[in-house]
Design a protein around this ligand. Structure first.
Ligand code: AMP
Length: 468
């Protein structure tokens, strides 16, 4: 299937060719025709699957073919000038978007806005703006004065503007809930219900979520009409293109030494380092800079402007290492990120999946490394249960943890206590695959990557079998 066979407008096709997209991803192949057919959708697919284009391309197609009379042609400035010319008074009119995309985070909203600008590059008269928490009020008024056709927003800030009458959703045609599970996790359920009530019943609703079960499923039942369900089990949803490893560390100094060492890997192009706290993000970024890396911090205490500048610097390669809290776990889409480090493990196992998904973007391979204190073994197991995979342990010569590998494996209960000695060959083989299987090599030889993964998996199954 090609984008042409999806029947997209030539101006959209031109933009896609320029973006380097040759074939629609599985979610796009299924979602684009369904959206064009005016169906409601429930889609379970991860970030990285191409879901933004899956809902945006058909929406843009619709805008491209909309009669002029139905377009949001006039900005508030033009309305003001027209009122002046008529000699009449001008009143700020509420913005009346036709499409609304709700996202859990500001970063994801900005990501969607810039992807939309890319896809709509050759379509005129389509205005897209993002209204986000943390953005100065006058700036938001300026954006709303454009009377955008497409509004991308975080729920809390949108509610403020709904209440103050600056946004009117009565003409809305398409509502997209992106990462609905995450929005519910963040406690936005009431806000979402309020927003949905402000939209017409005739709207089309497209819900994207990592899972469609539980509360997400219940909410979906309430807000969609006979939805088509699309479940995408993509390669990246299992993160088969990301090599995951974990290093046990004895203490902070050991952790910092290992991180410093791994960041000097020649195969590393750009990296994201996740910390548990904002303060740690700042202090790790500081010491990395002192150690000679080009690093920057990103966390929720920073003003939106500073956050945007930092991300832009990362995108342009001016920053090599971004040290961030979970604010960056979703939405950052920078294909040149080769490595993700969990300096601290995430609180929730699902955040582990989102964090490591910041690498291995757009079909590339990636490396995800967790630096784990021996006491955090329980958290490792929770993550492994969630991802249904065992994360192979790695040991680097000269950086070995004080606990011998047998001790670590005993703790992880992958084999009977006492039977570890024999398999102590595994550290050296793991060491071998770590030093000889860097992402650069894997990129040039994907089949080898696969083999190494398979081997580490089979080692794990072997350990499990022995434990049984
Ligand atoms: P998303 O899941 O929307 O965050 O997209 C993940 C990444 O895939 C982004 O870098 C997109 O630019 C890229 N992408 C989306 N669709 C395609 C496609 N059909 N071909 C190649 N890359 C794509």
């Amino acid at each position: 299937m090609t984008f042409e066979t999806l029947g997209l407008h030539p101006a959209i096709l031109k933009a896609l060719t320029e973006a380097g997209y040759s074939t629609p991803t599985p979610v796009q192949q299924q979602a684009v025709p369904a959206v064009l057919d005016n169906q409601d959708l429930l889609v379970s697919s991860k970030t990285g699957s191409g879901k933004t284009a899956a809902f945006m391309l058909p929406a843009l197609q619709r805008f491209a073919t909309l009669p002029d009379t139905e377009k949001n042609t006039k900005t508030q400035n033009q309305e003001r000038q027209a009122a002046r010319a008529r000699g009449g008074a001008f009143r700020f009119k509420a913005a009346t978007p036709k499409m609304l995309i709700l996202t859990p985070t500001r970063e994801l909203a900005l990501q969607i806005t810039s992807a939309t600008a890319q896809y709509a590059k050759y379509l005129s008269h389509i205005r897209t703006v993002a209204i986000l928490g943390g953005m100065p009020y006058p700036k938001q008024m300026q954006l709303l004065a454009k009377n955008p056709d497409i509004l991308v927003a975080t729920p809390g800030r949108l509610i403020d503007h709904l209440h103050s009458g600056k946004i009117d959703l009565s003409a809305l045609q398409t509502l997209v809930l992106d990462e609905a599970d995450r929005m519910l996790d963040m406690g936005f359920i009431d806000d979402i219900e309020t927003i949905v009530k402000a939209t017409p019943d005739t709207r089309q609703t497209l819900l994207f979520s990592a899972t469609l079960d539980g509360v997400v499923g219940k909410m979906a039942e309430r807000i969609t009409r006979s939805p088509q369900i699309i479940r995408i089990a993509s390669v990246t949803s299992k993160h088969e293109n990301i090599m995951q490893t974990l290093h046990f560390v004895d203490d902070l100094a050991h952790k910092n030494r290992i991180l410093d060492h791994l960041l000097r890997d020649v195969a590393l192009n750009q990296a994201l380092v996740f910390t548990a706290t904002k303060r740690d993000a700042d202090s790790v970024a500081d010491w990395l800079n002192i150690a000679g890396f080009s690093a920057a911090a990103l966390h929720g205490d920073m003003h939106q402007g500073a956050r945007n500048r930092t991300l832009e610097n990362l995108r342009r390669g001016r920053v090599k290492i971004l040290v961030a809290t979970d604010v960056a776990a979703r939405g950052i889409d920078i294909p040149s990120i080769t490595h993700v480090f969990n300096y601290d493990l995430p609180k929730f196992p699902e955040d582990y999946v989102h964090r490591i998904g910041r690498t291995g973007r757009a079909g590339k391979n990636g490396m995800a490394v967790s630096l784990v204190n021996h006491a955090e073994n329980k958290n490792v197991k929770r993550i492994e249960r969630f991802i249904k995979q065992v994360i192979p342990i790695n040991i680097i010569e000269g950086f070995e943890p004080k606990n011998a590998i047998e001790e670590i494996q005993k703790k992880r209960k992958f084999h009977k206590p006492g039977s570890g000695k024999k398999r102590h060959q595994s550290p050296s083989s793991q060491r071998h695959f770590m030093t000889n299987q860097g992402p650069a090599e894997r990129r040039s030889n994907p089949s080898r990557h696969k083999r190494s993964d398979t081997r580490s998996q089979s080692q794990s199954s072997h350990r499990r079998a022995q434990a049984a």
